[in-house]
Design a protein around this ligand. Structure first.
Ligand code: PLP
Length: 389
């Protein structure tokens, strides 16, 4: 890339601003944990699980150590093992595919970037033709935008698959009036600091209405623990959310809806005229099936070079340009050459057309986004720099 085209860096996310807003409440929450010293599975973990359930409407919430563990724990609790294939979208963060022994990547929709339903059907059919045991589908709610959950549920039901929703990037968003966390057999989310609801370290949670699954998940979370502490009835992990993070999340959840509203407010200032003038195409708004809470608008320059710009809040910085090219496997896999080509091979074997030639740019958005930052993502320099990569 030409050095003279490189745009000024903008901070990815301003965690400090949120920290300042919450101020003493966070200090007090952490101090409470330091006083009672129940650092593992302390009362704040149970409290957070109840608060999260009330927030999104799921019956059971199992807090855990990260979004990746949340995905993995559901697959473990469901007995997914070697030889079982799981359908994943071809465009997502690496964690979605990395937890699966045999991921089958299917294409994404070119307007929403979420799982394409025709490609999902084709992937299942091709997987089965190849003799693979296709057991589950993991839709991803990318960049705050819910996947087409009704259509996915219909396909999964008719094909006998369970749905594990990966809402790591979208917790807090709604689909047809219902919060994410209530679709499919289970939903996994991440509390990584840059996520819509982030903690001050690593964290995650699983949401489900299935009481038996919730029980198995609580066992997987602690080394497959049975009724006794040293009774291990299945394979498990050290998958617990630590109490300190739970205490912080309880405080952050109290202002979460307000944060979402603030992002929507900023989004309202996103200038369509400016966007058009810059030759940036706006994607269909959630393909007509999203309520757009928390959703960044998804834009693509007209020449096919697709850019994602967070128009619904603070444009806090360039997040990533995914590989310069949209990869059928994820960033991690494509970095690890062999594994990457193995997964690409699987995708090809599944006979699925994979979108390519995309360059994505995404921004974290927050309440304090200034108009200048919004404008800057349509500047000649940003667009030129994308095109030159
Ligand atoms: C779509 C998606 N799934 C899963 C994860 C994994 O979450 P964590 O980093 O908490 O393990 C992420 C994190 O970026 C993600 O974006």
């Amino acid at each position: 890339m030409n050095q003279h085209l490189r745009p000024e860096p903008v901070a990815f996310i301003d965690i400090g601003a949120q920290r300042r807003r919450l101020g003493a409440k966070i200090d007090e929450a952490v101090a409470r944990v330091l006083t009672h010293c129940q650092f593992i599975n302390g009362p704040e973990v149970t409290q957070l699980e109840a608060d999260l359930a009330a927030f999104c409407g799921a019956k059971h919430v199992v807090a855990c150590a990260s979004g990746t563990d949340a995905l993995l724990m559901v697959l473990m609790a469901q007995g997914i093992g070697p030889g079982d294939a799981v359908i994943c979208p071809s465009f997502t963060f690496c964690a979605t595919g990395e937890v699966v022994a045999l991921p089958l990547f299917v294409d994404v929709d070119e307007t929403t970037f979420n799982m394409n339903i025709a490609s999902l059907k084709k992937g299942i059919a091709t997987g089965r033709k190849l003799g693979l045991k296709v057991k589950a589908v993991i839709p991803v709610d990318l960049f705050g935008q819910p996947a087409d959950h009704d259509a996915i549920a219909e396909v999964a039901k008719s094909e006998g698959l369970f749905v594990l929703d990966d809402a790591a990037q979208s917790f807090g968003a709604t689909y047809k009036g219902k919060r994410l966390g209530t679709f499919g057999l289970a939903t996994a989310t991440s509390f990584f600091p840059a996520k819509p609801l982030g903690c001050f370290g690593d964290g995650g949670a699983i949401f489900t209405d299935d009481a038996d699954l919730a029980e198995r998940l609580r066992s997987v979370r602690v080394h497959g623990q049975g009724t006794e502490k040293y009774d291990n009835v299945r394979l498990g992990l050290t998958g617990r959310l630590d109490t300190m993070q739970a205490a912080i999340l309880i405080e952050k959840l109290k202002i979460f809806q307000d944060e979402i509203d603030a992002r929507d407010n900023v989004a309202g200032r996103h200038p369509p005229a400016e966007r058009r003038a810059r030759g940036v195409r706006q994607c269909a708004q959630g393909a007509g099936h999203s309520d757009r809470d928390l959703l960044p608008e998804v834009d693509a320059p007209a020449d096919g070079l697709q850019a994602l710009s967070g128009g619904r809040g603070r444009i806090a910085g360039q997040r990533k340009v995914v590989g310069g090219r949209h990869q059928p496997a994820d960033a991690r896999l494509s970095r690890t050459g062999d594994a990457g080509s193995r997964h690409q091979g699987r995708a090809r074997r599944a006979g699925v057309r994979l979108a390519n030639n995309w360059r994505m740019l995404s921004f974290v958005i927050a309440r304090s986004t200034c108009d200048e930052a919004i404008q800057s993502c349509y500047s000649d320099r940003w667009i030129a720099s994308l095109r030159s990569q």
